[in-house]
Design a protein around this ligand. Structure first.
Ligand code: ATP
Ligand code: MG
Length: 557
């Protein structure tokens, strides 16, 4: 994993700019709005921006795009910082767009003085009406040709809090007939009074719009390449207009790329917020969420997410990536690195009648079948062990069933071969226990004179520890819940079976010592990761199944 990053059209532009001497040093930035937690789509942007800075010995800032105090919170600022660091990146400078509020105000004054901005008093409804449509030009505001002095005075008074929200805005004077709607005298500033901003408190009641703030913030930081998603392509002329018309020595180049869409989930922060607020998930870090915090709790590693970002690449073409692609990245990572352990999800008691009651052994099991450097672990064995109910049937249903049957033999993984001699049932006919015998001459070697093909996992009943396991499935049962028009509400596509809790699993004793977030392969069951204890019991989340079970389901249609 983590081979060299493949080239892409953005890297080509950067390499050309370095070769031509246009730039000596590349500067990028990752500019999240602190109005929610980061998701896997943001990871694409993070890996792109920080990855470029790393590979070309440049710089990358983390800048909070905090111009809308209504939806933003300090809690999100902290969560975003944690996520970026966890992904393995360190910003050169930590900035807030609000750091520039004074300077932004000054640039707005400059535009007014140049006759390129005016205070408009159209109501929001009127303004929409005057804006025109894609096929019709807009109409000029009656306030468009106000004298500069009047604009300066009104703008100052807007800042001083003399006017109500929505009563006045500052607009750029560009072109009401432009085919690009963003150029039809866009709003640069609006009044938002009575709000407490997480960084600037109550010092402002006038807030700059994204389209004004973003190019200036980029320029003030010396950003060379301002990378953003495709929906901003139509904003680029405005980005350039702002920088062309103020006195600022730097003009970053905006380059757009396709955003990541991932199947079987939703990605917009607005929708993720709804899932959290309506308690449809357990929080931003619910392991089913496509948030970085959720993926972390689920057991994804930073390396697996970076690898995913590399594999999906960067282009201008919008597409929807299969969940299997993300899952393959963590599966490969854990396959190579996660220690093997045994856990029994549906315990069925096995008593080995010919094993001495008072005897206990410490067997030795490798931590990884293909990597000796990972060492071994002790594995206690005794007369009573748990096996999985699914690994026993009185009669084999078909030839493929290589597990334990009445009168048949099977190997206990890393241990002996046992034979099932008797099946104990309760009054309802439910199997409650198997009485078996073991062949003492089969530890680490094949039995004499016969073949035993099946190998099953197990846990010593005297030594094993109870645990809760959470098995996760996809949060939605539709590949594109956001765009499906057959239902009224995308939430109708939530998968009701996305979480299955196994409350009475039994795990190898060594697992009780595992660190939170540590990943394991539970042999034959999947990859699991330790979560915080619940009711004094260890909890493990299933990160991903051993194989891509969805590929089969989807092929069947
Ligand atoms: P959302 O709609 O989820 O809130 P956003 O674009 O409003 O997304 P921001 O916090 O403004 O979220 O995004 C910060 C950066 O991450 C931006 O540069 C944005 O283009 C990028 N980004 C956001 N979502 C994606 C995505 N799905 N794929 C790639 N980049 C993304
Ligand atoms: Mg945004």
């Amino acid at each position: 994993m983590e081979d060299k990053t493949p080239g892409n059209f953005i890297r080509q532009i950067i390499e050309a700019d370095l070769a031509s001497g246009k730039h000596q040093r590349i500067v990028t930035r990752f500019p999240p709005e602190p109005n929610g937690f980061l998701h896997i789509g943001h990871a694409k942007s993070i890996v792109l921006n920080f990855g470029i800075a790393e590979d070309y010995h440049g710089r990358c800032n983390l800048r909070f795009d905090d111009t809308n105090p209504q939806k933003e919170r300090e809690e999100y600022v902290e969560a975003i910082k944690e996520d970026v660091r966890w992904l393995g990146y360190q910003w050169d400078e930590l900035r807030f767009a609000s750091d520039y509020f004074d300077q932004l105000y000054g640039f707005a004054v400059e535009l007014i003085e140049k006759g390129l901005a005016y205070v408009c008093e159209l109501t929001p409804e009127k303004m929409r009406e005057y804006r025109g449509t894609l096929t019709e030009p807009g109409r000029e505001s009656p306030w468009r040709d106000r004298p500069v002095e009047e604009n300066l005075d009104l703008f100052q008074r807007m800042r001083d809090g003399e006017f109500e929200d929505g009563s006045r805005v500052l607009r750029a004077k560009i072109d009401m007939a432009s085919p690009n709607m963003n150029m039809r005298d866009p709003v640069l500033y609006r009044i938002r009074s009575g709000l407490v901003h997480h960084q600037t408190g109550d010092s402002w009641c006038l807030y700059p719009m994204y389209d004004f703030t973003h190019p200036i913030s980029d320029a003030l930081e010396g950003v060379t390449h301002s990378l953003c998603t495709l929906e901003f392509e139509d904003h680029r002329p405005l980005y350039d207009w702002v920088l062309d018309n103020i006195t600022i020595p730097c003009h970053p180049r905006q380059i757009e790329f396709a955003r990541l869409n991932l199947q079987y989930t939703v990605m917009s922060k607005r929708k993720l917020t709804q899932l959290v607020d309506e308690n449809l998930v357990e929080g931003w870090d619910d392991p089913r969420m496509p948030t970085i915090a959720g993926l972390r709790r689920r057991g994804y590693t930073p390396a697996s997410i970076r690898e995913f970002a590399r594999r999906i690449g960067v282009s201008k073409a919008d597409n929807s990536v299969e969940m299997g692609m993300l899952e393959a990245c963590i599966r490969e990572d854990l396959d190579a690195r996660a220690p093997r352990r045994m856990a029994v999800l549906r315990p069925l008691k096995v008593t080995i009648a010919n094993y001495p009651e008072d005897k206990e052994e410490q067997l030795t099991a490798p931590n990884h079948p293909k990597d000796d450097s990972m060492g071994t672990r002790p594995l206690p064995f005794c007369r009573e062990v748990w096996i999985d109910r699914n690994d026993f049937m009185e009669v084999a249903p078909n030839k493929k069933f290589k597990r334990l049957v009445s009168g048949g033999e099977v190997r206990l993984r890393n241990s002996y071969v046992i034979r099932c001699d008797e099946v104990v049932k309760d009054a309802q006919g439910e199997i409650t226990e198997l009485i078996c015998s073991y062949d003492p001459d089969t530890l680490g070697k094949n039995p004499e004179g016969r073949k035993v093909k099946g190998v099953i996992h197990w846990v010593s009943a005297r030594h094993g520890a109870p645990a809760t396991l959470r098995l996760y499935d996809r949060l939605f049962n539709h590949p594109t819940p956001e765009s499906d028009k057959s239902v009224e509400d995308w939430k109708e596509h939530l998968n009701p079976d996305s979480l299955q809790v196994i409350a009475d699993a039994v795990i190898e004793p060594s697992l009780t010592e595992a660190d939170v977030r540590q990943g394991f392969q539970f042999e034959r069951e999947g990859y699991f990761c330790r979560d915080a204890d619940e009711e004094g019991r260890p909890v493990f989340n299933r990160v991903v199944t051993l194989r891509d079970s969805w590929a089969k389901i989807e092929a069947r249609g």
